[in-house]
Design a protein around this ligand. Structure first.
Ligand SMILES: Cc1cc2nc3c(=O)[nH]c(=O)nc-3n(C[C@H](O)[C@H](O)[C@H](O)COP(=O)(O)OP(=O)(O)OC[C@H]3O[C@@H](n4cnc5c(N)ncnc54)[C@H](O)[C@@H]3O)c2cc1C
Length: 464
């Protein structure tokens, strides 16, 4: 039997997890190639960072591949020398929040281990995929790979530059992509820094500056000025969610608030209620009509995000420290003007209260998070697929439209078994598909779908 060729564009967590799950599950010969420009498969945007203050935002015992024994990463990490070298990773309650790069290392090791399965040939090709035409994937090094199936596993484009900042893209004060290694290294410890965005990426930047002994004033702002909440520590019972009376965004908001009050009366923190909502997130999302999903995206998403995507206790305490010191201000405000003053930028903000303030800044960091709405226009492979009509964006601007089997929908809305989407880019369809547990399960589902398609094609050939 000739080996089917599976190509995976993107070797962050999603692409690497699909490859590992395929290798673990397949009983037929497969040639799996993960095309990923980074040095190691597994890290992607989230887990390839070498910044020590970037930590996973849930404890290690909740981070693993779908097929792993529960706690696999936690056990692995505790056996590494880094676990001893990084005492700050360990919390008083016994939980551990390693640096994110450690999870990337764990995945790279799992990838290497998966290549030992005899029926698969698993390789990482260090290149960027540029286009896919007639079952051929053109790579940035000029090579062309033939594939039977292509998996798109590209989730997080860099942040977009807000329109007002676009004329300043080359300005020395502007840090447009805080994920670039070393971009914060040269900041003066007294520098006045403006931060656009108040979510997880802002938390990363504040923690990274704190580690560099930065003491200057930090001004973070966003429309609503909402900060990601801290994660829980300690053991708390799980919460069982009562059924919600209606499949509407507003009904879910009221219901969740009522459940939080009911939990509080029993001494159970709100985080446990949110965890229960999240665990049912995909069913809840898929039961909402499109208009209700759009309502959620418009009015509730930023609230959901700051409660759902929480920060590690170490990062929460770095932020609390700066707030208590008065060297971090978090404002609900809109940027109304920006001008260059030599190497500095003058930023004018209109606050929620209507007041207007102007500040001179040594640096402006854009932490508005991945610009998911630009995925199909800024990423060359995806824009070429969209131009050919082979994929289309989802109705919410979250990523790529797929069917219930994660097969990409073409411009006519037809699904192809040869083109699948793995990871958060498919979340317009599935809803809650960003945190590790859901992304890991999704990768396993994509792997099963590929094997199902290959087996069906093989059976069809045998019958003929
Ligand atoms: C900064 C950050 C921190 C996070 N921290 C946590 C956490 O602590 N806990 C948690 O549960 N979840 C966390 N998440 C969420 C979650 O784990 C991610 O959503 C998940 O890692 C998604 O990975 P991915 O592989 O789908 O996408 P990506 O990370 O975007 O990986 C895509 C990969 O594709 C590559 N690529 C791009 N274009 C091409 C191309 N044309 N050809 C080939 N390769 C290409 C990129 O180099 C990249 O490595 C975090 C997310 C982010 C962004």
């Amino acid at each position: 039997m000739t080996a089917a060729r599976i190509l995976i564009a993107g070797g962050g967590f999603s692409g690497t997890a699909v490859a590992i799950e395929l290798a673990r599950m397949s009983s037929v010969p497969l040639e799996i190639t993960v095309v990923e420009p980074r040095e190691m498969p597994g890290g992607g945007v989230a887990y390839s960072t070498a910044e020590p203050s970037h930590r996973i935002n849930v404890s290690a015992d909740r981070m693993q591949l779908s097929g792993d024994e529960p706690g696999a990463f936690d056990r692995w990490y505790r056996q590494q020398p880094e676990s001893v070298l990084d005492p700050a990773a360990h919390c008083a309650d016994g939980s551990v929040y390693p640096q994110r790069g450690q999870f990337g290392r764990y995945l790279a090791q799992q990838f290497a281990a998966a290549s030992r399965f005899p029926q698969v040939k698993l390789q990482h090709r260090r290149a960027r995929a540029l286009s896919w035409e007639g079952q051929q994937l053109l790579l940035s090094d000029g090579d062309v790979l033939r594939g039977d199936v292509l998996v798109l596993a590209i989730s997080h484009p860099p942040p977009s530059l807000p329109a007002l900042l676009q004329p300043f893209s080359g300005h020395p004060a502007l840090i447009a992509n805080p994920w670039q290694p070393g971009v914060l290294d040269t900041l003066d410890p007294q520098a006045r820094v403006g931060i656009i965005g108040t979510g997880l990426s802002m938390a990363d930047v504040v923690a990274a500056l704190e580690r560099r002994q930065h003491r200057g004033p930090l001004l973070a702002f966003s429309r609503r000025g909402q900060r990601s909440r801290a994660n829980l520590s300690g053991e708390w019972p799980a919460w069982t969610l009562a059924p919600c009376p209606a499949a509407r965004a507003r009904a879910w908001l009221r219901h969740t608030r009522a459940e939080i009050a009911r939990a509080a009366a029993q001494g159970i923190p709100w985080q446990r209620v949110l965890d229960a909502v999240r665990a049912q997130g995909q069913q809840i999302w898929q039961a909402l009509p499109l208009a209700e999903q759009q309502r959620f995206a418009r009015h509730l998403r930023s609230w959901w995000d700051v409660h759902r995507y929480r920060v590690a206790p170490q990062v929460a305490s770095a932020i609390a420290h700066r707030l208590a010191q008065g060297t971090l201000q978090v404002l609900a405000a809109r940027m109304t003007d920006i001008t260059s003053c030599g190497d500095q930028l003058a930023l004018t903000l209109r606050l929620r209260s209507g007041a207007v303030q102007t500040q001179l800044l040594d640096h402006m960091v854009v932490t508005s998070g991945p610009a998911h709405d630009t995925l199909l226009t800024r990423e060359p492979l995806l824009s070429s697929l969209a131009q050919q009509g082979l994929i289309q964006g989802d109705a919410l601007g979250f990523g790529i439209a797929v069917d219930a089997q994660s097969r990409a929908l073409n411009h006519q809305g037809q699904a192809s078994g040869h083109l699948l989407v793995a990871g958060p880019a498919a979340r317009g369809r599935f809803g809650e598909l960003m945190g590790l547990p859901q992304v890991a399960d999704h990768a396993a589902a994509v792997a099963r779908q590929i094997l199902h398609t290959l087996n069906a094609a093989y059976d069809g050939r045998c019958r003929r």
